[in-house]
Design a protein around this ligand. Structure first.
Ligand SMILES: *[C@@H]1O[C@H](CO)[C@@H](O)[C@H](O)[C@H]1NC(C)=O
Ligand SMILES: *[C@@H]1O[C@H](CO)[C@@H](O)[C@H](O)[C@H]1NC(C)=O
Ligand SMILES: *[C@@H]1O[C@H](CO)[C@@H](O)[C@H](O)[C@H]1NC(C)=O
Ligand SMILES: *[C@@H]1O[C@H](CO)[C@@H](O)[C@H](O)[C@H]1NC(C)=O
Ligand SMILES: *[C@@H]1O[C@H](CO)[C@@H](O)[C@H](O)[C@H]1NC(C)=O
Ligand SMILES: *[C@@H]1O[C@H](CO)[C@@H](O)[C@H](O)[C@H]1NC(C)=O
Ligand SMILES: *[C@@H]1O[C@H](CO)[C@@H](O)[C@H](O)[C@H]1NC(C)=O
Ligand SMILES: *[C@@H]1O[C@H](CO)[C@@H](O)[C@H](O)[C@H]1NC(C)=O
Length: 338
């Protein structure tokens, strides 16, 4: 008898443990999966239909979390805060019509199992009527990924970029860059850097990329993509554009073209200047002719220096000859004029 008495408690403990595990397994199967956004409201359903149509004044309804802390209690039709854990005080509201307990300002820590219990209070006993388990998962949308150049982009240097996305939960699956040119699209996986806020438990994630200027031979658009767990969604950044830094052959041609155009204009100006001088010389009398020619020659020499073009000596002489030969038309013109 003594031996049996000693054995008693151990046996009972073993049995109750087994029952507890079985209950957990069963409840695990039966639990509803619910989801809530961080800092928003979670709906914890009870789904009680009250088939026996028992009056609320005879019911004891309460919710507890997986640590058996009470979130809310409705005792015989009245709210009873006595058993409610301080951390759930004024964070809940009960929707009596739908048997839903609303938990406001959900934290990441609130994820887990919740149980709704309903008991029938009879005169002498409390009869277990109903139980509903639900598993709450909490998610926070990551921000749209943003590509930021780390350092100033200078001539012929690498472009170092980071892409970051903040305040999300749970950890994202994957983060990568896509480098797009007219004809190609290259995926570039980076090593995801994670940091978790020790209060909110939200994650910040980032990846880095270094693009060599040598690899940028045509316009490139870079996108950053974050793949999250929930509903396999993808968040895509705005594009970051990189233009080739090495001058293109096309640009070089353009440059040569500009040089050619400039020299043509300069030559044309020189030509016009000579023509203008020639005409101007027609105006003064013949007596000034020698002086004017001398001036012109000097001026031509100056022009040569200024423009730094090799103007053949001949052109000045030609101009002189041309001026001399124009004497006759000048005379004729004067004659007709007078
Ligand atoms: C939670 O939401 C409230 C507004 O409803 C806002 O003021 C508060 O900053 C939010 N908290 C966090 C941690 O996002
Ligand atoms: C989170 O993202 C999903 C899908 O992108 C969207 O439907 C939902 O409204 C977002 N929720 C919040 C709280 O931003
Ligand atoms: C980039 O250049 C600007 C001005 O040229 C300067 O103010 C800034 O500090 C530079 N940033 C970095 C990261 O070098
Ligand atoms: C860019 O990144 C590469 C490789 O990570 C590094 O060698 C280089 O110094 C970085 N350049 C700048 C301007 O930060
Ligand atoms: C892309 O392909 C087209 C046709 O094949 C070609 O004409 C063009 O030069 C290519 N562009 C680049 C940047 O390689
Ligand atoms: C996440 O990013 C935000 C904005 O850049 C910053 O304020 C915060 O400190 C970061 N949190 C962590 C845990 O790195
Ligand atoms: C959060 O982290 C900071 C620095 O890493 C530390 O000083 C602080 O005590 C931490 N807070 C909590 C609540 O753990
Ligand atoms: C490259 O981009 C520049 C400016 O963004 C644009 O003017 C040019 O037309 C683009 N070239 C090609 C080949 O798309």
């Amino acid at each position: 008898m003594a031996g049996a008495a000693k054995m008693g408690p151990r046996c009972t403990m073993g049995l109750s443990n087994t029952l507890f595990v079985m209950a957990l397994l069963l409840s695990g199967v039966a639990s509803l999966k619910i989801q809530a956004y961080f800092n928003e409201t979670a709906d914890l359903p009870c789904q009680f239909t009250n088939p026996q149509n028992i009056s609320p004044s005879e019911l004891v309804v309460f919710w507890q979390n997986q640590e058996k802390l009470v979130l809310y209690e409705l005792y015989l039709g009245k709210e009873k805060p006595d058993n409610v854990d301080p951390k759930y005080m004024s964070r809940t509201s009960f929707d009596q019509d739908n048997w839903i307990l609303r938990l406001h300002h959900v934290h990441i820590k609130d994820k887990g199992l919740y149980q709704c219990f309903i008991h029938h209070k009879r005169p002498k006993e409390l009869v277990h009527l109903y139980q509903k388990n639900s598993y709450l998962s909490v998610i926070a949308n990551f921000s749209q990924p943003e590509i930021i150049p780390i350092s100033n982009i200078t001539e012929n240097s690498d472009t170092n970029l980071t892409c970051s996305s903040i305040h999300g939960y749970p950890e994202p699956k994957k983060m990568y860059f896509v480098l797009k040119t007219e004809n190609s699209s290259i995926e570039h996986d980076g090593i995801m850097q994670k940091s978790q806020d020790n209060v909110t438990e939200l994650y910040n994630v980032s990846i880095s990329l270094s693009v060599s200027s040598l690899d940028v031979t045509s316009n490139m658009s870079i996108f950053c993509i974050l793949q999250t767990e929930q509903m396999e969604t993808q968040l895509i950044s705005l594009p970051f554009y990189i233009a080739p830094k090495i001058p293109q052959p096309k640009d070089y041609n353009l440059w040569i073209g500009a040089m050619l155009l400039t020299s043509i204009i300069v030559w044309a100006l020189v030509f016009l200047l000579i023509r203008w001088k020639r005409k101007k010389k027609k105006q003064p009398g013949v007596s000034h002719e020698r002086e004017t020619i001398k001036e012109e020659r000097e001026e031509n020499e100056q022009t040569e220096e200024r423009v730094k073009f090799h103007v053949p000596e001949r052109s000045a002489e030609e101009a002189q000859r041309a001026v001399k030969s124009s004497k006759t038309p000048l005379g004729e013109k004067s004659a007709t004029h007078f």
